[in-house]
Design a protein around this ligand. Structure first.
Ligand SMILES: C[S@@+](CC[C@H](N)C(=O)[O-])C[C@H]1O[C@@H](n2cnc3c(N)ncnc32)[C@H](O)[C@@H]1O
Length: 259
């Protein structure tokens, strides 16, 4: 009788493979099949040993090449073949990663599920840019917020609760809506001069950043290559002096491609 396999929902972190947990690396090495998102960096994908069944489900904000119900079914089917499956997700599977939705479906189908956390993009970008998420005298808390709604529905965030000069806001999937987000925050009282930062591909060799006032950030960051994360708050004033601005990103991407 064939035994049922299991699915490990593994956080691949923000991109730098050295930020993977030991547990994640062991899971990747032990996997029979790896089902991965577009957001997982090529540097992390290079760690998957040869011979694994590799399935891309190409998920990214605003672009779902494989619908979620098909991904769920795929995971169930692979586990029912008796395989150990790694479901590899960018950052942490439980932060804007739909990991818990997949786990619910798997458990309902009687499949064993395990979570392995990853470093979320906000933490990776905080370390690589030097912008702390909290800092005495500047921010007493941090909020992770989505800047995108499923199927491009209107953004209906609780704007008033987001306006706090003592909080660092980190906005995921916000590139398309950052102008609206900034406008709503300013309309509710956050100063237009609040420092803001956009970080593209944090922790990878492609990382670059744009720092500007809140009322300018959407315009200054327009066209940055995905994935992009936005920070808003007084902590952005502590951004490290070193680090690459995005002005020359096309040249650097080209140089990296030919290196
Ligand atoms: C669907 S969410 C997934 C978040 C992920 N689960 C996490 O914990 O980081 C995708 C968004 O995460 C952000 N993101 C993920 N990795 C990033 C990186 N290396 N640099 C900048 N933003 C990143 C971007 O805002 C992107 O649109």
């Amino acid at each position: 009788m064939m035994t049922t396999g299991k699915v490990m929902l593994v956080g691949a972190g923000p991109g730098d493979p050295e930020l993977l947990t030991l547990k994640a690396i062991r899971a990747i090495e032990a996997a029979d099949a790896v089902v991965y998102d577009r957001l997982v960096s090529p540097e992390v994908m290079a760690l998957v040993p040869p011979g694994r069944r590799m399935i891309s489900v190409g998920k990214e904000a605003g672009f779902h090449s494989v619908p979620q119900d098909q991904i769920n079914r795929l995971l169930v089917d692979l586990a029912r073949e008796g395989l150990t499956v790694v479901r590899l997700k960018g950052g942490d599977p439980l932060i804007f990663g739909r990991g818990s939705e997949e786990a619910e479906e798997l458990r309902a189908a009687g499949i064993a599920v395990e979570y392995i956390p990853g470093i979320t993009a906000a933490q990776g970008a905080a370390s690589s840019t030097g912008v702390p998420l909290t800092h005495r005298g500047l921010a007493t808390g941090v909020r992770y917020v989505t800047g995108h709604r499923a199927r491009d529905a209107a953004l209906d965030l609780d704007w008033d609760s987001l306006v706090s000069p003592d909080t660092t806001l980190v906005i995921y999937m916000g590139a398309a809506n950052m102008a609206t987000i900034a406008r709503e925050l300013i309309a509710r009282g956050l100063p237009a001069t609040t420092p803001a930062m956009a970080v593209a591909s944090a922790t990878t060799p492609r990382e670059c950043r744009v720092v500007a006032r809140l009322d300018r950030i959407a315009c200054e960051a327009e066209g940055l290559p995905a994935p992009v994360l936005f920070f808003v708050g007084r902590t952005v004033s502590l951004v490290a002096a070193q680090g690459l601005p995005c002005g020359d990103w096309p040249e650097r991407l080209g140089a990296a491609a030919h290196a």
